[in-house]
Design a protein around this ligand. Structure first.
Ligand code: FES
Length: 365
């Protein structure tokens, strides 16, 4: 047995033992330590940590989950690594991200599937009553869940758009992917009352409640979902933080959830929302361009530098990072999700190690 020490971002030291035949993730879970994980097969990068000392065998994994640069920096994936000596590892997540029990797996029934704009579906589920969890939908605004179709190899992760509630309701905004397994199921097969399996909640893409800075959200396409969840949470608590939302799609016909954004004003009168259309092909009185371009314009104004919560595809995140750097916003004040080239057609997915998520399915920016 080898000794493994995992140091979290907030300085906690978590120890477990691992033998040479099991992955570090399996070894941790055997010791009732549940680090963030999602695919469990080297595809998502959620379980990425950095090796400080010791030797580990890294099994095959996707370059999207672990880039050459990350490998060179000593990063490994817990789900695809076996200990070859005692190990010291550092994590990008806090101790609170490590569970002490297996991730909840619950069933839910479809309450509603409704088109929103030309490329988005709104899916509402209701948890079935559960002997352990009851009916309540417990999660943190900004988190995601993995949805699976019982008896079929169809599963995808989507961010929750609503807030925790006692009614057991889960709302998702899902991009319709041509040929997409899950969105195809939703459009062609699923009906109200159908059962789905919900793994989660998962994820660390949540509000930094300790920060006093204004909160600005930059969302591309269905990247709006976690931003909406966090803003709705702020509205429920009448949170006084200054906040802005930059939300964009490619074309006017793709716009969705504008009513939900408008409804936020009841609890968040300070919210300024900029709706962006990248290529408006018809008359459009809103911002013509990407959310990051709208952000750049607003950052030219005087005022305290905001924390940025960025949800969307890689191009949007990269553009936002450059805009933020040029405006003097520190990298550690940007919380974002990155696109995951998931297996098969890309669908919305949020898979974060720490606050760094994977995010397929948003075509803006
Ligand atoms: S859980 Fe390890 S890469 Fe996905």
């Amino acid at each position: 047995m080898f000794k493994v020490e995992l140091l979290t971002r907030d300085g906690a030291s978590i120890a477990f033992e691992a033998d040479a035949t099991q992955t570090l993730l399996e070894a941790a879970e055997r010791a009732s330590v549940y680090p963030p994980s999602s695919c469990r097969e080297g595809g998502c990068g959620v379980c990425r940590v950095t090796k400080v000392s010791g030797d580990a065998e890294l099994l095959s994994c996707s370059s999207a989950a672990l880039s050459e640069k990350e490998r060179a920096a000593g990063d490994i994936l817990l789900c695809r690594s076996r200990a070859r000596s005692d190990l010291q590892l550092t994590a990008t997540f806090d101790q609170t991200a490590i569970g002490s029990a297996p991730e909840p797996v619950r069933t839910a029934r479809i309450v509603e599937i409704a088109p929103q704009g030309s490329t988005t579906l709104r899916l509402v589920l209701q948890y079935s009553d559960d002997p352990t969890f009851g009916q309540a939908a417990q999660f943190v605004a900004g988190q995601y869940a993995e949805l699976a179709v019982p008896g079929a190899p169809i599963k995808r992760s989507y961010s929750l758009a609503n807030t925790p509630n006692w009614d057991g309701l889960l709302e998702f905004l899902i991009r319709i992917q041509p040929g997409g397994a899950f969105s195809g199921y939703l459009r062609e097969t699923a009906t109200a009352g159908a059962e789905l399996i919900v793994h989660g909640p998962k994820g660390q893409f949540t509000l930094d409640e300790s920060a006093l800075a204004p909160r600005w959200f930059v969302a591309g396409g269905t990247g709006l979902a976690p931003a909406l969840s966090m803003l709705r949470q702020m509205a429920e608590f009448a949170d006084p933080h200054p906040c802005r939302l930059f939300f964009g799609v490619n074309r006017v016909e793709e716009l969705f959830a504008l009513d939900a954004i408008e409804a936020l004003r009841a609890g968040l009168p300070q919210l300024q929302a900029t709706v962006c259309v990248w290529k408006p092909e018809v008359a459009w009185s809103g911002f013509a361009g990407t959310p990051s371009e709208a952000l750049a314009k607003s950052l030219k104004e005087e005022g305290p530098r905001p924390d940025l919560y960025v949800c969307g595809p890689p191009a949007l995140i990269a553009a936002t990072n450059s805009v933020a750097a040029a405006a003097g916003i520190a990298q550690d004040r940007i919380f974002s999700e990155k696109f995951s080239p998931a297996e098969g057609p890309v669908e919305k997915s949020t898979e974060p190690p720490g606050r760094r998520h994977l995010w397929p399915g948003v075509i803006v920016g």
